[in-house]
Design a protein around this ligand. Structure first.
Ligand code: NDP
Length: 448
């Protein structure tokens, strides 16, 4: 079955899962040169096998709110592919979570994890539970209840979850506590744990910092650097604020962050003091708009950051937050580099538009792979029960991000996708990640 036929098959079967179809098509469109050069992939139906998850667990989560009322949510764990190692990928708690969203995230995760060069497969999970407006005890009861179901399907060598939107250190701690309580095991079954009880230093910072390390490599390839560059960041969560922090530390001027209520614009940039304020404000679920009373700048209610002039955009909030109109704004406003901190923040039309205009584009599966890479380092530290310093992990992260950049660049050239010096990072990264998994599947025969 050809790639095209495989896509038609999933469209017929899962046409309603728009995010998943979007992610599958993106890979399908870009790996063709690699696929054509390897007839064994088609003979063994590698693409057709890869777009079907190994299995999906789908469960009910009952919990009690502070009034003693029973609440019911849905939970999922998508174990997509474990050709390269245990299923690995975060848990998302957000009302927009559906099976389609988790399948798109799990599918992307397979190739992202392969790109890190570390032995991890791809998975994703989560719930339609909305942590916003919930008390700490409600979040705790939900996390306990969620893990009471999930623990049946995971273990340190089978499937290792982590955080994502709505799941940070607090939620990971509650879930880890329930896992330990039920199994009496102290293992690396979930990553993003507190540093005092098995977590890795730098895991919190890794995704945002890693995206900026990737960006540094892109700039270097064009004989440029971050000094004085104007950067637009969207989101104000874990990825966004750490990307903003590292870009600022390396000389850039980060002028926006945003959230679901609007955009904060400060043309003098967010220095460390302001970034620390932003982190504390979001931690307490308080409005970003209050920044203006303390530090000045502008609050653009219900607006995205893309109407502002800049050199670099790092969309780091959520999927499909940048549509074609936003992409046009970016190009009109001088953006030369787009680095995806979030997973699939650009729609397919937006990607086409910026690539057509030769804006260098780093897809999420390459640029935000630093988080899962440090999660894999956390797993190995848990296994040997020895811990690395912040600087040691940071060095490994820089090295991993450089390797991802360089291998994507090489694949773009090798398969004829680099045209007039424009490196096609999307095609390059997709082909490198895909090849690593596909070669394992070929070696295994028809299992996996
Ligand atoms: P957080 O929950 O910490 O932050 C998410 C941010 O995005 C918040 O500021 C939130 O605003 C904003 N946001 C979410 N949904 C929307 C929306 N529909 N419109 C506008 N703003 C929105 O999540 P993370 O920083 O962890 O994750 C962000 C992205 O990065 C996701 O795509 C995630 O999958 C990806 N990612 C995360 C990794 C990690 O290590 N954390 C690793 C790799 C990828 P508000 O506060 O108002 O809700």
């Amino acid at each position: 079955m050809s790639i095209q036929q495989a896509i038609e098959k999933i469209e017929a079967q899962y046409g309603h899962q728009s995010e998943f179809i979007q992610a599958a098509k993106e890979i399908a469109l870009t790996i063709k040169p690699l696929y054509d050069a390897h007839p064994e992939y088609e003979a063994l139906k590698v693409f057709e096998r890869l777009i079907e998850p190994d299995r999906i667990f789908n469960f009910r989560v009952n919990w009690e709110n502070d009034k003693g009322e029973v609440q019911v949510n849905r939970g999922w764990r998508v174990q997509f592919n474990n050709a390269l190692g245990p299923y690995k990928g975060g848990l998302r708690f957000h009302p927009t979570v559906t099976e389609s969203v988790l399948k798109f995230l799990g599918f992307e995760q397979i190739f992202k994890n392969a790109l890190t060069g570390l032995p991890i497969g791809g998975g994703k999970g989560g719930s339609d539970f909305d942590p916003k407006g919930k008390t700490d005890s409600e979040v705790r009861r939900f996390c306990y209840a969620f893990m009471r179901e999930l623990h049946h399907y995971i273990s340190k060598d089978i499937d290792v979850p982590a955080g994502d939107i709505g799941v940070g250190g607090r939620e990971v701690s509650y879930m880890y506590a329930m896992y330990k309580n039920l199994t009496r095991e102290s293992t690396g079954v979930i990553t993003g744990k507190g540093v005092g009880f098995g977590g890795s230093l730098m895991r919190t910072e890794a995704t945002g910092y890693g995206a900026v390390y990737f960006l540094e490599n892109m700039l270097k390839a064009q004989n440029e650097d971050l000094e004085g560059k104007i950067v637009l960041v969207s989101g104000a969560g874990n990825v966004s604020l750490h990307a903003a922090e590292k870009a600022t530390a390396l000389g850039a001027v980060v002028v926006t962050v945003s959230d679901s209520q609007g955009t904060l614009y400060d043309k003098s940039g967010f220095n460390q003091e302001k970034t620390d304020w932003l982190k504390a404000q979001k931690q307490q679920s308080k409005p970003l708009a209050e920044y203006v009373d303390i530090y000045g700048g502008e609050w653009l209610a219900n607006k995205k950051p893309w109407s502002i002039k800049g050199d670099i955009a790092i969309p780091s909030a959520t999927q499909n937050e940048v549509n074609e109109d936003d992409a046009k704004l970016m190009v009109d406003n001088g953006i030369k580099y787009v680095v995806e901190g979030a997973n699939m923040p650009l729609t397919a039309d937006a990607i086409d538009y910026i690539r057509l205009h030769h804006v260098y584009y780093a897809p999420g599966k390459a640029a935000n792979a630093g988080g899962v890479a440090v999660s894999a380092l956390e797993m190995s530290q848990n296994s040997v029960r020895q811990y690395q310093t912040f600087d040691e992990v940071d060095e490994r992260l820089k090295c991993i991000m450089k390797n991802i950049h360089d291998s994507a660049t090489e694949a773009s050239e090798q398969y004829g996708q680099t045209k007039n010096g424009y490196i096609d990072y999307m095609a390059g990264a997709n082909m490198v990640g895909f090849k690593r998994v596909a070669d394992a599947l070929v070696a295994y025969g028809i299992l996996n």
